[in-house]
Design a protein around this ligand. Structure first.
Ligand SMILES: Cc1cc2nc3c(=O)[nH]c(=O)nc-3n(C[C@H](O)[C@H](O)[C@H](O)COP(=O)(O)OP(=O)(O)OC[C@H]3O[C@@H](n4cnc5c(N)ncnc54)[C@H](O)[C@@H]3O)c2cc1C
Length: 437
């Protein structure tokens, strides 16, 4: 159907070309990772698409990095033009160049290493860079500063969105890619599609050069995780899109990270205290975070990465999770309004797969819509097949992500705290003996 305009035989059409061919008009509510990936693919394959995004600037998004596994990269190749893939890989840090991940305790003692990453196809990319590159691929089909405030149907059943300025737009298919608190998915499901996961996350960026030499040596060119009793954990991700670039093409590089950088994420069980920390910004938030870790017995050296962070990069997130059961996801009959990504399967970042899954959703929906345009499927069948596959994918990533959430929450119980306190020094000693051998 590529280049033919994306016709949909037998459907009510809202957009007619000069040559009399009707183009399927698709509105995407939300220009985050999934919405932009979908719109880039639709545009590339000749569909008439408009993305309404409430942000006024695509770079106004989380400063953390996104891991894209092999599946997510393959999906992106089906969506965006080859030059975007090239820019994306020239801006990404390859996991295969990293040392194996480490596990530490709260005193900074090594508990063990993960497997070799030499064969890993995964890449890490700044979320800001990823979103910017996707937005470039969508071009003027992305309408920034446009908040969707209502969803409805015309008398003949055509989906329509109402925007904050009171205007409305009709389409053949409305896709809600409006994230965790999705208006579109709530409209379809008749209520929220996810609930708080019980943990609060804080992230920040620390340039490796700003760390003391001993701490830089301890962390090394690797990512790692420190776990401790009472639900406190600290993930430290290593990103270097310059030295560890997937494609060494400096003139194609668009990374916002200019050299070895640790992008860390701290997690705690949700409480009145963590909720009040969410209202803080910059230095105040960083200091509150350090104070909380110190109170829980974390050693200063394990906290240096937070202490030396750029205060402007420190942010708080409340994680939501949808059900881990595939059959609970997208609990609505297939039709001309659907949703994808976090709107359907909101996932805490503990498996690092939410954005990748949103991209896979987008690629899958595009394939099914191309069948509609080719006349080999109908819109409702296409949406139904897309939603069925998305339920399975969503259930898989949620199961993985919730395993880590449950582990973190388990260390917050009296038994879990006792086990973690007793086990970590033993694991550290075993690790020391192994390294001496
Ligand atoms: C700290 C952290 C680390 C993460 N790490 C990873 C990782 O390593 N790997 C990974 O795969 N995933 C990761 N994720 C998860 C990932 O960011 C999300 O799963 C992903 O962004 C979901 O994409 P989406 O398009 O569904 O939603 P989003 O990217 O959240 O986009 C939704 C968009 O909709 C817009 N919007 C909302 N409501 C409206 C409205 N009414 N009108 C118009 N626009 C609206 C929002 O402004 C937003 O731009 C992480 C998340 C966090 C918080």
């Amino acid at each position: 159907m590529s280049g033919t305009g994306g016709t949909i035989p037998g459907e009510t059409l809202s957009n007619q070309r000069k040559d009399g061919v009707h183009r399927m008009r698709i509105i995407v509510a939300g220009g985050g990772i999934g919405g932009l990936a979908l719109a880039a693919g639709l545009r590339r394959h000749g569909f008439d698409v408009a993305v309404f995004e409430r942000d006024t600037d695509v770079t106004a998004t989380g400063g953390y990095h996104i891991t894209l596994d092999g599946r997510a990269q393959a999906a992106l190749r089906r969506l965006v033009p080859p030059e975007t893939v090239e820019r994306l890989l020239a801006s990404s840090s390859a996991l295969r160049f990293r040392d194996p991940d480490a596990l530490w305790d709260r005193r900074g003692r090594l508990l063990g290493y993960g497997p070799s990453l030499a064969g890993s196809p995964s890449v890490d990319i700044d979320r800001i860079t990823l979103r910017t590159l996707l937005a470039d691929a969508v071009g003027d089909d992305l309408r920034l500063g446009r908040t969707v405030t209502g969803i409805g149907r015309t008398e003949n059943g055509t989906p329509q969105v109402v925007l904050a300025d009171g205007s409305s737009r009709q389409c053949d298919l409305l896709v809600g890619a409006d994230g965790t608190h999705s208006l579109v998915a709530r409209h379809l499901a008749g209520g929220p599609t996810s609930k708080p996961a019980g943990i609060i996350g804080f992230s920040g960026r620390t340039v490796a050069e700003d760390l003391s030499p001993p701490e830089r040596r301890r962390l090394g060119p690797r990512s790692g995780m420190a776990i401790a009793p009472r639900g406190a954990s600290l993930y430290i991700g290593f990103l270097d899109p310059v030295g560890n670039a997937v494609l060494d093409l400096p003139d194609r590089r668009a990374a916002i990270t200019g050299g070895p950088t640790y992008i860390w994420g701290a997690m705690f069980p949700e409480s009145a205290e963590t909720d009040s920390m969410r209202g803080l910004r910059g230095d105040g938030l960083r200091d509150a975070l350090l104070a909380r870790f110190r109170r829980q017995g974390w050693a200063e050296r394990s906290l240096e990465v937070i202490a030396k962070a750029d205060p402007g990069s420190v942010a708080a997130y409340r994680f939501n999770a949808a059900s881990t059961r595939a059959q609970d996801l997208a609990p609505w009959p297939a039709g001309r309004v659907t949703a994808l990504g976090d709107a359907v399967h909101a996932t805490p970042p503990t498996a690092g797969m939410g954005a990748g899954a949103a991209i896979c959703d987008a690629a899958d929906l595009l394939e099914h819509l191309r069948e509609v345009a080719d006349g080999t499927s109908t819109l409702v069948v296409a949406v139904s097949r897309f939603e069925a596959a998305m339920r399975v994918r969503g259930g898989e990533i949620l199961t993985l992500a919730m395993r880590t959430v449950r582990l973190i929450l388990a260390t917050d119980t009296p038994l879990g705290a006792a086990v973690t306190t007793a086990a970590t020094p033993v694991a550290a000693a075993v690790s020391r003996i192994r390294r001496r051998r």
